[in-house]
Design a binder for this molecule. Structure first.
Ligand code: PLP
Length: 339
């Protein structure tokens, strides 16, 4: 088993610049498509949609005056493409549009139009495995630096690039390490609404630095009531006595967690959203971090000590393997990209 002790602080790990895939554990459930990327267009390897136009990812630029940048006044989602299939795009768009509605942001187009542009970005990129970001911002006005909310033109930005991993395949297979931060708590839902996916990452970034300082890969943040919230880019699911539990508050309603709960249901495992106290976290039988950018990753070490027997637990492994199997099985969850 490999447990890393040296980590970059960023919570997202990309494949090497210019590469479209990375090594994954041989024989594991996580395998990239075996294909050659067609580099005959400038979009190959990454495409974006900005201000109504498709542009190569290398040329993607937005205005410095966008309040999405200045005030983090936005919502976004990250979907993924695996083996040429986009996963749960409809659910991602529903969450994005729900967040936009709560923030009074108007993307100015329908769910279907957003879906079409998203799939076109992926098709242009040619990528069979892709990290796909859709962001709606409050945008900018005619006057430079305009802050009058009624005078801003809302913007939609969409891009498809090579996979970025919150947990690279090796960690998903062999497990990863986490701490519970001592110095920072997750913002409360009465401060930043966690059901709206957002970039207000001050607490999550501080937690990532603390994790690095303490020799761990990532962090599980508690809220002000000592209940588990979430981590930098993932939901937390615990296993206790053969059942799954995940925080019902101060956490994003993750699409991966939803999938994990559906898988659990299908294999006869009870799964409940409820408060998860810090004591219940430490008393759990298994821990997993679940996210689009990291599938279902077993956490095998907490606060520098082996969690359980220090190996991925059987329920986590069963759910992880089923999760990746879903990427190929014909079902309403996936849609083939028309390259
Ligand atoms: N929580 C936070 C704060 C996130 O940023 C993410 C994903 O980026 C998640 C949870 C997991 O959500 P999903 O499974 O929809 O990717």
């Amino acid at each position: 088993m490999t447990i890393h002790t040296e980590f970059a602080t960023s919570n997202l790990v990309s494949v090497e610049p210019g590469a479209i895939r990375e090594d994954t554990p041989p024989g594991s459930v996580i395998q990239y498509s075996d294909y050659e990327l067609d580099y005959s267009t400038e979009f190959a390897g990454g495409a974006a949609w900005i201000e109504g136009e498709y542009v190569p990812a290398s040329e993607a630029r937005i205005s410095i005056f966008d309040t999405g940048f200045g005030h983090s006044d936005l919502t976004y989602t990250v979907a993924h493409v695996w083996h040429g299939n986009i996963f749960r795009l409809g659910d991602h768009l529903d969450r994005l549009l729900d967040g936009a509605r709560k923030l009074r942001l108007d993307p100015g187009m329908s769910k279907e139009e957003l879906a079409d542009i998203t799939k076109r970005c992926v098709a242009l990129s040619g990528l069979r495995e892709s990290f796909v970001n859709l962001t709606v911002t409050r945008g900018y006005g005619k006057r430079k630096g305009e802050k009058d909310l009624s005078k801003l033109n809302h913007q939609v930005y969409i891009y498809a690039i090579p996979y970025l991993w919150a947990f690279p395949p090796e960690e998903q297979i062999f497990g990863t390490t986490a701490i519970v931060p001592r110095h920072v708590r997750r913002a409360g839902r009465n401060t930043v609404d966690p059901t709206i996916k957002n970039y207000q990452w001050g607490d999550l970034t501080a937690a990532s630095f603390e994790a690095k300082d303490r020799g761990a890969r990532t962090a599980i943040l508690l809220d002000a009531d000592n209940c588990v919230a979430e981590g930098p880019g993932f939901n937390v699911v615990i296993v206790k006595d053969g059942k799954l539990f995940s925080p019902s508050r101060n956490a994003l309603p993750g699409i991966t967690r939803k999938t994990v709960f559906e898988i659990a249901d299908a294999i006869g495992i009870e799964a409940t959203l409820c408060d998860v106290t810090s004591r219940e976290l430490y008393d759990a039988d298994e821990l997993m971090a679940v996210t689009t950018a990291g599938g279902v990753t077993p956490i095998v070490s907490l606060d520098g000590e082996a969690f359980g027997d220090g190996r991925p637990g059987p329920i986590t492994v069963a759910i992880r393997d089923r999760f990746w199997a879903l990427m190929d099985e014909p079902s309403p969850l996936i849609e083939a990209i028309d390259y």
